[in-house]
Structure formats: C-alpha cells, structure tokens
Design a protein around this ligand. Structure first.
Ligand code: NAG
Ligand code: NAG
Ligand code: NAG
Ligand code: NAG
Ligand code: NAG
Ligand code: NAG
Ligand code: NAG
Ligand code: NAG
Ligand code: NAG
Ligand code: NAG
Length: 881
C-alpha cells in the first residue's frame, strides 16, 4: 500500500521540481542575455522575474508540458550592444532566432556556434562587420541563414558548404570579396533560395557546382563581380523560377539549350553584362535540343514536343549587352510574357504580327538594335501595353492607326527610324505621357487630337517633314518638352506653348513666325490681319458688354428672388459652439462689405461677434437642394473632424437655396495672400513649418479620420494662417455639403484655369487621394518658388507645374526655381522639398507618395535628416530621348 503512494509522491515532487525549476532557469538565461543587450530596452520591459517566461516579448514556447522556448524574435527594436549567446544557447529547444533590423555593431559573436539547436537564424539589416567565422559549421541543423544587409567582409568561407540542410542562404548586400569557392555548393542539395547579390568586391567565376542545386528556385547574384561565362551546368536546374545575374562582368555566349530545362522560369535578368554572340533561338522558345540536332541532319516536319517549355516566363531582361543575330521570335508568343527588355544590343529581325495570340505584354523595349520591317498592327491590340519603345532601329512604313488603342499606353518611342506617312490620330490612349517620333520621315500635320490626351507631357517630333500650323489647342497641355525643330511647319507659334523652352526647339522651320523667331508674324498680311484682329476685338468687346448686361440682369433677378425667398424660406441652424449671436443677426451681417474672400464655391464673410471675436462664414449655393436632414448628418460628420491643422467648423445655417458654413476666423489670412505679399515674404523655416503642419492636416483626413475623407480642393487659399502662422486647412470635403454633382459641375467650370487639379482628373470622375497629393505638391511648389500657382507670362499665364518642369528639363538648373528672396543657406532644404514636390506632381498617380509619406519626408527635412527618396518615374523619362 505504502510503496505506490511513496512512488506517486516522488513522481509528483520530481514533476513539480521540473516544472518550476526549468522555466525559472530559462528565465535566468534570458535575463542574462538581456544584460548583454543595449539600446532602447523599453521594448523588453516585460523581461522581468515577475512575468512568466513564455509571456516575454518575442518569446514563443512549445505547447508541450512543461513548455520550452522554441523561438526568439526581437526584430526591429533598435537593439544594440555586444551580445553574448553563451547563455541563450543553453536553451536547448531554441530553434528560431530573429534579430533582424537592429543596430548590432560587432563581429558575429563566436558564441553563436553553441546554439546547435538553431534551424533558422536571421541577423539581416544590422551593422555586423568582420569575417564569417568557420565556427558556423557547428550549426548543422540550420535551414535558414540570413545575414544580408550588413558589412561582413572577407571570403565566403568554404565551410558554409557543410550546412547541408540549408534551404535559404542570403548573404546579399555585404562586402564579401575574393572568389566564391566552387565546392561550397557541392553539398547544398536542399537549397531553394540563394542570394549573394550586391557584394561588389566579389570577383569570381560562376561556380560550376551551381548545377548541383537541384531544388533551387531563386538565384540572386546581381551587382557582384562575377566574370566569364554562364556554366552549362545550370541548364539542369528544373525548379528555377528567378535567375538574376545582372550587373556583373559576365561575358561570352549563352550556353546552347538554355531555357529548355526551365519550365518554371518566371524572370530572367542578364542585363548590363558584356555578353555577346547570338542569343540562341531556342532560349525560352521551346524547340528541343533534339530538334536542333535533327535540323542539322536535315530532318524536317518534326513537331517538337517541348514547345512551350519556358511557358512560365514573364520577364526577360537582356538589355545592355552585345548580343547580335536574330532575336528569338518565339519569346513574343509565350503565354505569360509581360516584359521584354532587349535594348542596346545588335539584334536583328522583325516583330511578329501579334494578332494570333492574346498577349499580356506590358513593356517592349528594343531600342538601339537592328530590327527592320514594319510596326505591326497587332501592337495596338495588346491592351495591357504600357510602354513601346523601339527607337534607333531600321523600322519603315507607317504607324498603324490603332497603335494607341491600349488604354494604359504611356510611352511611345519610335524616334530615329525610317518611318513615314502621317502621324495617326492618337485619341484613345488617354494615359499617354511621352510621344517621341523624332528623326523619321513623317509628313502631314501635327494631329489636333494630341491636345486631348490629358497627361501628355513630352512631345518630340523634331527632324521630320511635318507641315501645317501648330495646333493652338496644344496649349491645354502641361508640356515639359515640345520639340518640333527641323520640319516644314508654318504659321504663328502659340506662344505659351513654347514659353520657357529653348528657341532651338522651333528652329529649322522657315515658315514659323512669332516672338523670338527670325520671322515676325503678319508682315505681308499685316493690313488684313490687323483689320481681322480689330474686328475680333470689337466682337469680343460687344459680346462682353452684352454678357455683362445679361449677367447683371440675372443677378438682379436672383437677388430679388433670394430676398423674397430669404424672407419666406425657413432657415434652420445648428451651432456646435455657443457663438453669442442669433441666426437672424448672423444672416443680417452677410453684407457685401464683409466679404473677405471669393472662392469658386462661394464667398467668405468675416463677421464680428458681440464678444469681439470674429468668425468666417462661407456661403455655398445649395444647388442640388440637399434637404436639411442630410446636410445635418454630413456637416455633423465634418464637425467631428478635429485636428489642430484643420479649421474648426463652428456651425451651419441651412435653407433651401443656401448653406452657410461657420468656421473659426484666422487673423493672418490665407497662405495664398501671404505668398503674394511682396513687402514681407515668409521666411523659409516658416514656410517649411506651414508645409509640414498642413500636410499633417491632410494626412489626418486621408488616414486617421473615420471614414476617410478627401479634401478635393487643396490650394494655398484654403490654407489659413493663425497669429503664429500655424496653418489650418479649410474648404475640405465640400462634396459632402453640396452633393457630388454640384461639386463636380462647379469644379468643372474652373477646369482650364485651375492649376491645382491633377491631370488625370480630366478623364476620371472618381476622386482619389493621389489627386489631393498632386494639389498639395502644387502648394509646395508655391512655397519653394514664392510664385503663385498661375504665373503671369507675356502672353497670358502659365501654370507653376509647367513652369517648373520646363526649367528642370531644359536647363537642369534647379536653383533658378528657388525663391530668390530666401537666403542661399537654405538651398539644400529647398531642393529636398522640391524633390518631394516633383514626386507629388508626378504624371503617374501611383508614383506619388501618400500624404503620410509626405509628412515623414517634410519632417525629416525639418529636423535635418536625409529625406527618404521617392521615384517619381518622371525624371527618368525626361532624360530619355
Ligand atoms: C501570459 O499569456 C497568457 C496567454 O496569452 C495569458 O493568458 C496570461 O494572462 C499572461 N500572463 C501574464 C502575467 O501576462
Ligand atoms: C527606433 O528608432 C527610430 C529612430 O530613432 C524610431 O523612429 C523608432 O520608433 C524606434 N523603434 C523602436 C521600436 O523603438
Ligand atoms: C551600452 O551603451 C553605453 C552608452 O552608449 C556604453 O557605455 C556601454 O558600454 C554599452 N554596453 C554594451 C554592453 O555595449
Ligand atoms: C529576416 O528578417 C527580415 C526582417 O523581418 C525579413 O524581411 C526577412 O525575410 C527574413 N529572412 C528570412 C530568410 O526569412
Ligand atoms: C560534402 O560532403 C562530402 C561527403 O559528405 C564531404 O566529404 C565534403 O567535405 C563536403 N563538402 C563540403 C564543402 O563541405
Ligand atoms: C572593395 O574594393 C574596393 C576597390 O577595389 C576597395 O577600395 C575596398 O577596400 C574593397 N572593400 C573591401 C571590404 O574589401
Ligand atoms: C568589371 O567591369 C568593370 C567595368 O567594365 C571594370 O571596371 C572592372 O575592373 C571589372 N572587374 C573585374 C573583376 O574584371
Ligand atoms: C547603342 O548601343 C551601343 C552599344 O551597343 C552604345 O554604344 C550606344 O551608345 C547606344 N546608342 C544609344 C543612342 O543609346
Ligand atoms: C519633305 O517634303 C517635301 C515636299 O513634300 C519634299 O520635297 C522633301 O524632299 C521632303 N524632305 C524630306 C527630308 O523627306
Ligand atoms: C516685310 O516683308 C518685306 C518683304 O516681304 C520686307 O521688305 C519688309 O522689310 C518687311 N517688313 C517688316 C516690318 O518686317
């Protein structure tokens, strides 16, 4: 009887001692580990004796009993110090360790070799330096090793090759040097992902043993110093999905049969090497080696069963090499192919007709080769095509009428060919940004339809044989480049089209006349034309006078009506704050003499309250007759939008015809007024602070407010300044107050003159955050240049976006853009903000940053950190021909 009891007790006590002592010793080990870590340790504040070990930040335990620690994940915590693993490695079940994205600045600690239970080690994105120690070999269970983005140097040690379980090996973006020992890969037969990219000091042949990596899916070896040719051994890597060997010093030919064994290859990048020879026709084409040899034996009629072997290929980038010979035409008909970049080689051949197969092609770049033949009509049928550039080739014939039928086509570059005929009507490609047709033999006139492609920004038609006049309508576009030199154009140059552009863009057209050109207009026909213009003047004057009368009459009638109405119509008001003024007193004070601003949506009145304080009242026409109940719901929502950089909504009055929005009044007027004031230009630092705070206001609407709101009418006149020049944004989300249709029609009436409106807004009715970002970019330009959004010009006006783009594109002198009133010492900051502004006004909406990113970027300029870089995708276009 007693024995089983005693046994049970014994067992129980053993169990208790295990379950209590074991975690507490794990805890001690972790706490010891913690003492070796430095940096912001708040994140590890719960690593204390009072917390159960499995609840420590970053710790995961197994579900076994007692639980054991299996994983430690401390990524992204700004940790530093000089860590020691000797305590940590005593956790015998620890298999995953992730210390990525910290600030560890030390050699790889040798003590890590004691963590023999590790299967995954991620030490990427730290400041590790020194060489990779041989002791790594003791981590024999490692399947994942990520040491990328550090500063490790020396040779890649041969002993890495003994980590035979490795599936992921990432040593990218370090400073490894010397040659890569071929046998490293001899035993890594489980490797799936290999990344040695961006180790510029590696200088090595590609190891033949790569061919042993029979499970490999992704090889990244770009941006290193790999030399010589591609070993044939890699042709058997049947699982390969991505092969990136770009930006190395590879030379030689591509091995015969390349591509046959790659049924899963999705992306191939061999760009920027010095490879030469003909690119073998069977590359990703699908003819089998067997067929090739049969060919050699003069067999014909053989249907290769391997057609479509490379059927997964989506991207091929072989540009900037020295390839020659026929371009492998089978590439064009691969079912998944999207991107073909082969520019700057010496390929010959013709383009296929593209009619038979439905194509997913997005990008075709074959510039600077020796292609011949015609531009196939089928190109226009590829409705995913975004870029078609084929400059510097030998194409002839005319451009098919349907070339521009792809709804997403943005870049057409056919310059420097032998094309002829007239330029077709390009109506459908509403997203066309760049049209380069220079140095061909086009005849006929410049198609008027170009003026109706809203985002068209770069036009180069120089060195052709175009005739006729330059369409006046092109002035609608915000062109950064307009080169028509060396044609047979004639007539008057629409001056605002070319203002700010070099005169050389017009030269070589003896028939053109206008200011700055050798020909002044209207010499021989001066009498006739001046009579003509006088007639036109008179006509304009008369119609103006007539229009004025009608307007006056109309206004009178409206006024009478509204007087009548305002007596009868029932006003209903809601004040969110006590204003100390009654509704009727407020309505009485809406007097002409109290108007302080006139906007497209309505006038703004300044009204003094009995308390001495002032309010601003914006009078909106309720043209879509929004009923009170709806208005109340919507305006209440807006009133709940509280953020220090948004002007506070104090209340509103509603009638059938008018809605009055009551805002706080700010004493320093609007940013627009301040920028115009010549006596006291704002300091740069004040401007930067205004930009930053205003950006926060908009970012709040976009991101933090629920539901998310769009401003839809950002401009400097809608950014008000208080006594301390703290900005408050007003006029937001008026579409909610007056209804979408009224909002759109009012905005549309202002279309052509409004410089703040994103170009895509002309063809898309759906408002987006990116449109707000564009408008904010225009405000930034105003702050940088000290100019208004609409810049007066000898012949009218030009909008600031066009002005800035032309300055940048043509002269590359950003400094000329900066406001001369600001001291040179701020030049760097201003240029950083200019760079941001250029991204905000990108022609491509998805290249614009979000408002949140704008805030971050301005913040970093303000605090003196390097600003994050955005790629507007535009500067790159402007330097292309
Ligand atoms: C530890 O975590 C468990 C499960 O998440 C939770 O139930 C428990 O309350 C936590 N204990 C402490 C002290 O935080
Ligand atoms: C790390 O430091 C950066 C910059 O100082 C800071 O923005 C970030 O919030 C910090 N992260 C943590 C987790 O402390
Ligand atoms: C932690 O940081 C302090 C101050 O930066 C330094 O003096 C100390 O040596 C660091 N400790 C370790 C373990 O690196
Ligand atoms: C390592 O951690 C970083 C940061 O979280 C992550 O991006 C990366 O994918 C991880 N590496 C591996 C191989 O999982
Ligand atoms: C590969 O494995 C063989 C046999 O196990 C062994 O002799 C050789 O040293 C290993 N190679 C490397 C580089 O570890
Ligand atoms: C990398 O190569 C450059 C130029 O050859 C040399 O100046 C630099 O010291 C090398 N860096 C390392 C870490 O070897
Ligand atoms: C690689 O090519 C670059 C540019 O052609 C050259 O400067 C460099 O010396 C080459 N490196 C090697 C290792 O050949
Ligand atoms: C065309 O390619 C060759 C190299 O193949 C290069 O030297 C030349 O500069 C390129 N021409 C243009 C206009 O890009
Ligand atoms: C341009 O057209 C004119 C007349 O149409 C013709 O005489 C001339 O040869 C053409 N020039 C070129 C370069 O094609
Ligand atoms: C007008 O043209 C004639 C020749 O056609 C020339 O003699 C005269 O000087 C020109 N007048 C002006 C004002 O340019």
């Amino acid at each position: 009887m007693a024995t089983p009891h005693a046994l049970l007790l014994l067992l129980l006590s053993i169990f208790i001692s295990i379950s209590t002592s074991s975690p507490s010793s794990d805890q001690d080990l972790l706490l010891t580990f913690k003492t070796s870590i430095n940096g912001s340790l708040q994140s590890l504040s719960n690593w204390s004796p009072t917390t159960p070990t499995c609840n420590f930040t970053g710790i995961s335990c197994s579900t076994s009993s007692p639980p054991s620690i299996t994983s430690l994940d401390l990524q992204n915590l700004n940790l530093s110090g000089s860590i020691s693993f000797s305590s940590l490695c005593q956790l015998h079940h620890l298999s995953q360790l992730n210390l990525a994205h910290n600030l560890f600045n030390q050699p790889i600690p040798l003590s890590i070799s004691q963590c023999t239970s590790l299967t995954s080690l991620n030490f990427s994105n730290n400041l590790l330096w020194g060489t990779l120690p041989d002791q790594f070999t003791q981590l024999t269970f490692l399947t994942v090793l990520d040491l990328s983005h550090n500063q490790l140097e020396g040779q890649i040690p041969l002993v890495l090759g003994s980590l035979q379980s490795l599936q992921v090996l990432n040593l990218g973006s370090n400073l490894f040097s010397g040659s890569v020992h071929p046998s490293i890969f001899a035993n890594l037969s489980h490797l799936i992902h290999l990344d040695l990219s961006k180790n510029p000091n590696l200088s090595s042949e590609l190891p033949v043993e790569l061919g042993k990596l029979s499970k490999i899916k992704r090889i990244f070896m770009q941006g290193c110093g790999f030399l010589a040719g591609i070993p044939e051994s890699i042709l058997v890597l049947h699982e390969l999905e991505v092969l990136d060997l770009s930006r190395n010093n590879l030379t030689g030919r591509i091995p015969l049969g390349f591509g046959l064994g790659f049924p899963k290859l999705v992306s191939l990048d061999l760009s920027q090497n010095r490879m030469y020879g003909s690119f073998p026709a069977e590359v990703c084409y699908g003819k089998s080696l067997q067929e090739l040899s049969l060919h050699a034996n003069s067999f014909t009629g053989f249907v290769p069963d391997s057609i479509g072997k490379c059927s997964s290929l989506e991207r091929i980038q072989i540009q900037d090499n020295e390839f020659n010979g026929q371009f492998p035409s089978g590439l064009w008909s691969l079912p998944e192919i999207r991107i073909v970049r082969a520019e700057n080689n010496r390929f010959s051949g013709e383009l296929p007709d593209f009619v038979k197969v439905p194509s997913l092609l997005e990008q075709i770049q074959i510039d600077n080769n020796s292609f011949t033949g015609r531009i196939p009509k089928g190109i226009g049928l590829i409705n995913t095509l975004y870029r078609f550039s084929a400059s510097f080739n030998g194409f002839h014939g005319d451009i098919p009428d349907n070339l521009c039928d792809s709804p997403v086509l943005s870049i057409i570059d056919l310059s420097h060919n032998s094309l002829s005929g007239s330029i077709p009507d390009l109506r459908k490609c509403k997203k066309l940004v760049s049209l380069y047709l220079a140095d061909n033999s086009f005849t006929g006139s410049i198609p008027l339809s170009l003026a109706y492609l809203p985002v068209l920004t770069y036009i180069d038609l120089s060195s052709n044989n175009l005739s006729g006049e330059i369409p006046q309508e092109l002035q609608n576009l915000k062109l950064a480049l307009f080169n028509v030199s060396f044609n047979q154009l004639s007539g008057r140059v629409p001056f605002s089209l070319v203002s700010g552009l070099p005169a050389s863009f017009l030269q070589g057209n003896p028939g053109l006349c206008g200011p700055g050109l050798p020909n002044q207009c209207g010499n021989t026909t001066s009498a006739k034309s001046s009579r003509g213009s006088r007639l036109i003047f008179a006509a304009i004057a008369i119609s103006f006078a007539f229009g004025f009368m009608v307007l006056a009459l109309g206004l009178f009638v409206v006024y009478r009506l509204s007087c009548k109405k305002s007596q009868t119509s029932n006003w209903r008001s809601i004040f969110f704050y006590s204003l100390g003024i009654r509704e009727d007193e407020l309505l009485m004070s809406l007097d002409e003499k109290n108007i302080i601003g006139r906007g497209i949506f309505g006038d703004v009145y300044k009204i003094k309250l009995p308390t001495g304080e002032c309010i601003a009242v914006k009078k909106l026409l309720n043209s879509s007759k929004l009923p009170f109940r709806t208005a109340k719901t919507e305006i209440r929502k807006l009133a709940k939008t509280r953020q220090q950089n948004l002007a506070k909504l104090l209340g509103f009055c509603h009638s059938e015809s008018v809605v009055l929005l009551i805002h706080e009044y700010l004493s320093n007027g609007s940013l627009g007024d301040s920028l115009c004031s010549l006596e006291s230009p704002l300091d740069w630092r004040v401007r930067l602070q205004i930009a930053l705070s205003a950006a926060r206001g908009v970012a709040y609407l976009h991101k933090d407010h629920s539901p998310r709101l769009l401003h839809r009418n950002i401009k400097s006149n809608n950014i008000l300044l208080d006594m301390d020049f703290e900005p408050k944004i007003t006029g937001f989300a008026l579409d909610h107050v007056i209804g979408e249709s009224s909002f759109q029609s009012i905005l549309a009436s202002e279309f052509d003159s409004c410089c703040y409106i994103a170009p895509e807004q002309k063809c898309s009715k759906k408002a987006t955050e990116q449109m707000d970002v564009y408008s904010f970019g225009v405000v930034l330009l105003e702050l940088i240049t000290g100019k208004e959004a609409e810049i007066p010009d000898p012949t009218g006006s030009i909008d600031i976006v066009t002005w800035v783009r032309r300055k940048i594109n043509m002269t590359n002198a950003e400094h000329q853009i900066l406001d001369p009133n600001i001291s040179n010492s701020f030049q760097q900051e201003m240029l950083s903000v200019l760079e941001l502004a250029l991204c905000c006004i990108s022609v491509f909406p998805d290249k614009r940053p979000t408002m949140f990113e704008v805030v971050q970027s301005l913040q970093s300029v303000y605090t003196g950190f390097q600003s994050p870089k955005f790629d507007s995708g535009e500067s790159s276009i402007s330097i292309e021909h």
